[in-house]
Design a protein around this ligand. Structure first.
Ligand code: CUA
Length: 356
């Protein structure tokens, strides 16, 4: 091919119509897919709707932009590709195009400002706190959650699971005992990182009675995937009677935490086992737990002495069960648990794992 003909071909008008058609079809398919995919679990808070709508709007706007860019790039690569005989030729000189440059700067700028404003308004809306808030302190630790409710005489009552009344705004105060965790109930949509030493807060209003998973959304160690819990949204009347039972200490599984203000029964080893988060990582038939991050205690502690059990709690790296790694179990239980609770825990584990 002569260079004359090549230049001629390159100066010829390009037919953009196929590109536009392909782009429009691809955009429509992309938007349809983006809207049809069931991204979210059931929405169970008054904040969820605004968050979901924001997501769908962002999908509907960003899919066509992605398709536009990808289509223009692919079309140009195909249409203006180098053909045999053109290796040494240069393309026609380009001197810039002011109108085009203004357009491709102004449109993205307007889109960005518009979407940021919209996102900011949604954030402002979902962060609004209501009147008559229920305050719940959420404590994360490797690898379990504990929930503290305001109790009588300024004391707190702890629960290993989260219970909330429907229709009342609740403020979570998030705290961590060790590393960064992230408290997330996907059905409520909102989540925040918990940084040790800082009280992190957010509020939501549950709207649908039901049981929802709680997830830790920050990689926090080997047991991260097991750091799950359950949130129960109850009718207000059921919640009130539940709280009365919790205050009276009559709720199975709810026991003392290690907060200085709570008043756990110092002899209830099983409650201490649950509230200390042991169930998240260890299997123990007596406590109904099935954790697999750490050794199975039914078999691992069988026939072991109380002294061995105590050492395994306060100095977990002293003896490592084959197949497990050192450094996984927190080493601060001696500081977290008052001596009476530690004794009760050792006694409980010793009695339920007696050889047999
Ligand atoms: Cu806690 Cu991941």
């Amino acid at each position: 091919m002569s260079s004359e003909r090549v230049l001629e071909r390159r100066r010829a008008k390009v037919d953009w119509r196929p590109m536009v058609v392909i782009g429009v079809i691809a955009s429509l398919i992309g938007i349809a897919a983006g809207l049809l995919i069931p991204w979210f679990p059931k929405a169970a808070s008054s904040q969820a709707h605004a968050v979901d709508t924001l997501w769908y709007v962002l999908i509907s706007i960003s899919v066509p932009i992605f398709v536009l860019v990808a289509t223009v790039v692919l079309f140009s690569v195909y249409r203006f590709r180098q053909r045999p005989g053109e290796e040494l030729l240069d393309g026609p000189p380009i001197h810039g195009n002011t109108r085009l440059e203004i357009v491709w700067t102004a449109i993205p700028a307007m889109l960005l400002v518009g979407l940021c404003t919209y996102a900011f308004l949604v954030l402002h809306h979902v962060e609004k706190s209501g009147a008559d808030q229920l305050k719940v302190r959420v404590v994360g630790q490797q690898f379990a959650w504990t929930f503290f409710y305001p109790g009588p005489n300024g004391k707190e009552i702890s629960s290993p699971e989260l219970y909330l009344p429907r229709g009342r705004n609740v403020e979570f105060t998030l705290q961590s005992k060790d590393v960064i965790h992230d408290f997330w109930v996907p059905a409520f949509r909102i989540k925040k990182d918990i940084v040790p030493g800082i009280d992190v807060r957010y509020s939501i209003t549950p709207t649908v009675v039901g049981t929802y998973p709680i997830v830790c959304a920050e990689l926090c160690g080997l047991g991260h995937a097991a750091m799950r819990g359950t949130a129960h949204v109850m009718e207000p009347a059921a919640f009130s009677s539940f709280m009365r039972r919790l205050r009276a200490g009559g709720v199975a599984g709810a026991g003392g935490g290690s907060g200085a203000s709570s008043a756990p029964a110092p002899t209830n080893g099983k409650a201490i086992f649950t509230a200390s988060g042991c169930t998240a990582c260890h299997t123990l038939a007596e406590a109904g737990s099935h954790g697999t991050v750490g050794p199975n205690l039914d078999t691992g502690l069988k026939g072991k002495s109380a002294a061995f059990i105590r050492q395994s709690i306060v100095d977990p790296n002293a003896v490592i069960t084959p197949g497990y790694q050192p450094g996984i179990m927190p080493e601060n239980f001696a500081q977290q648990l008052p001596p009476a609770q530690l004794n009760a825990l050792v006694q409980f584990l010793s009695s339920v794992t007696k050889g047999g």
